[in-house]
Design a protein around this ligand. Sequence first.
Ligand code: GBH
Length: 497
Amino acid sequence: MADFDFDDSPEAGLKGSLGKDFFWGYATAAPQIEGAWSTAGKGPSTWDTLAHTPGRVVDGSTADDACRSYDFFRDDVALMKRYGVTAYRFSLSWSRIIPLGGKDDAVNEAGVGFYSDLIDELLKAGITPFVTLFHWDVPQALEERYKSMLDPGRYIPDFVRYARVCFERFGDRVGHWITYNEPGVYALAGYAGGAHAPNRSSDRAKYSEGDTSTEPWIVGHTQLLSHAQVYRMYKEEFAPTQHGTIGITLSGNWSAPYDASSPADIAAAQRALEFEIAWFADPVFGPGDYPASMRAQLGARLPTFSPAEKKLVNGSSDFYGMNTYTAFFVRDAVPPGQPIPPEDHKGNLAWSDTNSEGVSRGAESDTEWLRTSPWGFAALLRWIWARYHTPIFVTENGTTARGEHVSAPPGDDVLNDVHRIDFYRAYVGELARAVKEDGVDIRSYFGWTLLDNWEWAKGYTDRFGVTWVDFESEEKTRYPKRSATFMREYFGHLIAR
Ligand code: GBH
């Protein structure tokens, strides 16, 4: 018997509003779940280095074991089958496949074998793999050789060769490829704020190297160029026989004006979307260059595209991969006419949790920046569709919930994760409405995430999973939360039969 009744709910009218071929499931990233950080020939990544540097992870943890999905991937696939998913998005660890990372470095057959087995296991379970090539873990050797993405001339051929190995080895069974996960977050968190690998920033109190005023923009540019080269290579050399699709996933949250009647605040909200999203989306899906608002603030610190590069990058994604979590109210930080500091990398913004009328952006989660803001998701889907008119694959969306930091076994009060259920109910409902009412072309939804995991520099302090994980236990025992059941039944209601 079903746990949830949708026929007598506000979502009753959304029954069957998603097409039969709509993909739904969960997303993960290799460094956050795999563990086995130095097993079977894997080379260290920049995130392994970060985790092994004292003071870099808030709870002092490492991802050495994480969820041990490297060992228990068959259990994870069985779990997903129980959860009723039709697709699974995961990332490959570059340094598991090519331990030193470079174009002339050896391929690690054990690493290839691991992903090959995972893909086979998914296909056996009837789950479609969506594979991300890069979810933030650069091979440490490339960081040491030439500072990875800061040297595009050396980095790009290495990334292209890595992608080639993946298409050659997995492309017969994988038809959905994502080159980069959130290039903007990678560039800003690792090279502006500095909390993420490779820990570069102008903030000398915390980091010994880096330049917040220039490096994030170089790193963004390198990602765009290498993404586009990989896209063209796939289209020319692999797509004719492998028939897959390939694209890029961008991060982006909705920004609304603090005071909806203030022209300055309205302009600030638009600028926020351009700095966060159009930074990558305009070159790839739009006019083929960086937004004017970014050029105006950053000047020559923002790289330029040669005509050949413009042509390479523009149109280099079959779909718009969308990661989104929340919404913010924004206005100018520095008033007009005053100089904006060169370290500013978000578009001169000040953020608030409530707008000028005291309306909150949404219910609080267990994570400072993240609130339940389905109204923002609804607006963002339409903004992206109107601006880029490209089919959207939602590749990440989800939340933490308070009260999940308990010892095993978690009680029913913890596993009945009402906050997460409410979040998913509202967001996925907005997705279905955008499809049904406005004809927005949306083809997938991946919840973030399958398992509580290693949340980067926040270690194990953020639990985003639909599965509670006992990190104290040897086996990293998994306990399904009620949201997993909710999602199975919800998509059963929304997807046409
Ligand atoms: C995603 O990024 C990642 O793809 C995924 O790996 C991660 O686990 C998931 O989100 C959950 O965090 O602390 O105020 O400076 C989402 C985009 C951008 C959200 C950086 C958090 C830091 C905000 N992230 N942001 S703040």
